[in-house]
Design a protein around this ligand. Structure first.
Ligand code: ADP
Ligand code: ASP
Ligand code: MG
Length: 488
């Protein structure tokens, strides 16, 4: 009997080419010698973006991008297969699967180009192709290392609602399916390699969990199988104090709480899909973020307790693909239930509202939505408040897409005075203009809106202000922390 059950997810860059898949398969095979392992794989890096682009071209009536992409994907996946799998039979079998998936892709592009219409359902089918091409190659790469492994289409595992492009899992039926399908494989010491990102409705229509959703697939599977841990293998050493592409001296956080990590993910830290931790929270299953390119490094542990280093601010994040919607006017105080009507409108659209700020005189409400939801939200609000606009009670409903939200996150901020003061003083010092501010009552997060162009400076200023970087004093603090860890 294997000692524990691990769910391991490999992101796009971790399966980016044959060498990466070989490295990832090695990680799985090694773990599987001691533990029961379920692998979850993303599409090879950039494949999903290319599929979505070609789908949009097809919707405009141009099928050529689809044809070219199918040819390029055939080449890319066959090359990886040829490098990774030597056994003739296995290679032929996987090549057959790849061909079948590509043929389905070609039909989807043709149909879309013919109809000049891309329904959310068709887009989900097209965007799923990358994962479905990758999983069989990955499984045979694991088998090559002497560990039994089979690809599993997550449409057979994860049951979801029918909200295409951002479906929600139905946990109980998912649990039943995984017990029926995955448990016998695990008992047989076989590593199932599930496609990340996708699921299916009860009627069998393919759905996706939203872009970057393979992280969520992994925690959903971890939760329904009662896994001991979920490991998200990616291309950075763990959760860092800020996005390393924007803040060069960002450093790794050894442990972080679910709540802090969820705040970071929600406010744009790409390292985790925003919904990832929802699935594992009730059972308290720890989630690790680790680097598949440096598997010897410990990574970040995300758990209920999530120890803090020092007090106060733990990390920063920022999100750019958002827009500020503002609704107001001098007469707005007299409009019945402005707030209620505004947010029932956004709820009806399923628009994701990230931040809300309202002046106490109530003559202006502003809130942030994902850029993709912005235009239709404003249109719906203009319909909802049409009468009030025509009577000039509401004088504006405006949209500003050139903004970003910066969030300062840390569970211990609650007991640390002056975090807000220091944050905004630092912004003032570095000439970062603040457009709106919100602080959740949990005080795990202070978030504020800045002009798009000022986002990087805002991150650098706050990172420096709270001493989050890899400075000598931080290294000392970390050494102390290590000592404490060793003692406790
Ligand atoms: P994967 O393909 O493995 O899912 P992603 O590109 O989705 O990987 O997420 C990993 C990336 O997230 C990193 O390369 C890093 O640039 C970015 N990132 C943003 N914020 C953070 C953060 N706070 N900590 C770590 N990585 C971050
Ligand atoms: N391949 C999907 C995407 O690019 C899912 C993922 O990578 O998590 O969005
Ligand atoms: Mg990702």
């Amino acid at each position: 009997m294997k000692s524990k059950l691990q769910v391991m997810k490999f992101g796009g860059t971790s399966v980016g080419d044959a060498a990466c898949i070989a490295r990832a398969a090695q990680i799985v095979a090694q773990a599987a010698r001691e533990n029961a392992v379920v692998a979850v794989v993303s599409a090879m890096s950039s494949v999903t973006n290319r599929l979505v682009d070609a789908a949009k071209h097809a919707a405009g009536g141009d099928g050529r991008a689809g044809v070219a992409l199918i040819a390029a994907l055939r080449q890319q996946h066959e090359d990886a297969l040829a490098t990774l799998v030597r056994a003739e039979n296995a290679r032929a079998e996987v090549a057959g699967r790849i061909e079948k998936t590509l043929a389905e892709g070609q039909r989807l592009f043709d149909g879309t180009a013919l109809l000049r219409e891309l329904t959310p359902r068709a887009l989900d089918n097209i965007s799923s192709l990358g994962e479905r091409l990758c999983a069989p190659i990955f499984a045979s790469a694991v088998s090559e290392l002497g560990v039994k492994s089979v690809p599993v289409d997550a449409t057979e595992l994860i049951l979801t609602d029918s909200y295409h492009g951002g479906a929600e899992p139905l946990m109980e039926p998912t649990r039943k399916r995984c017990e029926a399908l995955l448990r016998p494989m695990l008992k047989d010491e076989t590593v199932p390699v599930a496609t990340g990102f996708i699921g299916a409705t009860r009627e069998g229509a393919l759905t996706t969990l939203g872009r970057g959703g393979s992280d969520y697939s992994a925690t959903i599977l971890g939760a329904v199988l009662d896994a001991d841990e979920v490991i998200i293998w990616t291309d950075v050493d763990g959760v860092l104090t800020a996005d390393p592409r924007l803040v060069p001296d960002a450093r790794i956080i050894p442990e972080i709480s679910y709540r802090e990590a969820a705040e970071l993910a929600y406010f744009g830290a790409k390292v985790l899909h925003p919904k990832t931790l929802r699935a594992v929270l009730p059972a308290g299953i720890p989630v690790w973020i680790r680097n598949s390119f440096a598997p010897e490094r410990p990574g970040t542990k995300i758990s209920q307790e999530g120890r803090s280093i020092g007090g106060g601010v733990k990390a920063l994040t920022a999100i750019r693909d958002v827009a500020l919607i503002s609704i107001g006017g001098p007469g707005i105080v007299g409009v019945p239930d402005v707030v209620g009507r505004t947010f029932s409108t956004t709820a009806e659209l399923r628009a994701n509202v990230l931040l809300i700020s309202q002046s106490s005189s109530q003559n202006d409400i502003c809130f942030i939505v994902a850029a993709a939801d912005a235009q239709r939200t404003v249109e719906a609000l203009r319909r909802e408040f049409a009468q009030d606009l025509s009577h000039e009670v509401v004088d504006h409903i405006t949209l500003d897409p050139k903004i970003a939200v910066v969030a300062v996150v840390g569970e211990n901020m609650r007991g640390t005075r002056g975090v807000a003061g220091r944050t905004f003083a630092a912004m003032g010092r570095d000439n970062v203009n603040i457009i709106a501010i919100a602080q959740g009552s949990s005080e795990t997060n202070i978030s504020f809106v800045v002009e798009d162009g000022a986002m990087k400076q805002a991150l650098l200023s706050a990172h420096r202000e709270f001493g989050l970087g890899d400075s000598a004093s931080n290294r000392e603090q970390r050494a102390e922390f290590q000592d404490v860890r060793e003692v406790t």
